[in-house]
Design a protein around this ligand. Structure first.
Ligand code: G
Ligand code: G
Ligand code: MN
Ligand code: NA
Length: 254
């Protein structure tokens, strides 16, 4: 309860910040967007990673309020970058299941896009397999509403959850994010390589894009490119960066 209260205070005192990790087309190397990632800038303890506090936000239900803040802050930042003429086509925002399945989520997103003056095509929402696995009509309805608005949907951490492949057919999604746990050793471990190849070819036959997370080495990148993966993010290019650093990165010739 103590930690819950300090997270409530963190939101009230503006201690949450977003970092942005760039994402690239794997063939051309073009910047295709960023993923917004939450950090807690703690007064005494410094920068705290989400693995420490997201579980507490989830358990307490605070993730709904914090998630709304994240969505608004990311859309505001993206609109500002676009107004400055930076070549950053879109921002991807992580959405928790609790947030996604709250009544009127699509209306909330529409309101934020309107308030911040951001086109829907500049926003991607990342949801996990677990949300899809809850497999209710509500989930399909919300996804359809978001799609109709022009928002892209990515499945985060693909392959780590319940993995019923049938929902790739039933749910309107655009992008599959290959989880770091498979990408991490795809260049040295035959099993991980097989999993990555299988997911990429499945995605292609369903006409979905693939984005590999956690790419750290040139060998991984070469393997993924050969297999036909579309895009990537990872330390090989850049870690999650403060907004100002991301803007500088986007302006740097590569
Ligand atoms: O930035 P980092 O790799 O430490 O993030 C770890 C995980 O925390 C991410 O993969 C993501 O699942 C989760 N996460 C980060 N930011 C957010 C956020 O804004 N909302 C939600 N729901 N999860 C986030
Ligand atoms: O949404 P998701 O949980 O996948 O968030 C991505 C997380 O992975 C971020 O918290 C980020 O700090 C981390 N990350 C990003 N790139 C790399 C990478 O190349 N290697 C490793 N080990 N972690 C990464
Ligand atoms: Mn993510
Ligand atoms: Na992920």
């Amino acid at each position: 309860l103590d930690r819950e209260n300090s997270l409530r205070d963190a939101l009230a005192h503006g201690e949450f910040v977003l970092f942005y990790q760039p994402q690239f087309d794997i063939t051309s190397g073009t910047l295709i967007g960023t993923e917004a990632l939450l950090r807690w800038q703690h007064g005494r303890e410094g920068l705290i990673q989400p693995s420490v506090f997201i579980p507490i936000l989830e358990e307490s239900g605070l993730i709904v309020t914090v998630g709304e803040w994240v969505l608004r802050a990311a859309c505001r930042q993206q609109a500002q970058w676009q107004a400055q003429g930076l070549a950053i086509p879109r921002v991807a925002v992580n959405v928790s299941g609790k947030q996604f399945l709250k009544p009127n989520f699509a209306d909330l997103v529409a309101g934020i896009l309107h308030d911040e003056g951001l086109p829907a095509s500049s926003l991607e929402l990342e949801i996990t397999e677990t949300v899809l696995a809850s497999n209710n009509q509500m989930c399909i309805d919300v996804l359809r509403q978001l799609k109709t608005m022009g928002i892209a949907i990515a499945i985060d951490d693909f392959g780590t959850g319940y993995s019923s492949l049938s929902y790739l057919k039933r749910f309107p999604v655009d992008v599959i994010k290959l989880d770091r746990s498979f990408v991490g050793e795809c260049d040295i471990n035959g099993e991980d390589a097989a999993i990555c190849s299988a997911i990429i070819s499945l995605a292609r036959s369903l006409r979905l894009d693939t984005l590999a997370e956690g790419v750290e080495r040139a060998e991984q990148l070469a393997f993924l490119r050969t297999e036909g993966c579309d895009s990537y993010q990872g330390f090989i290019a850049a870690p999650p960066l403060p907004a100002a650093d991301l803007a500088a990165f986007a302006q740097k010739p590569r």
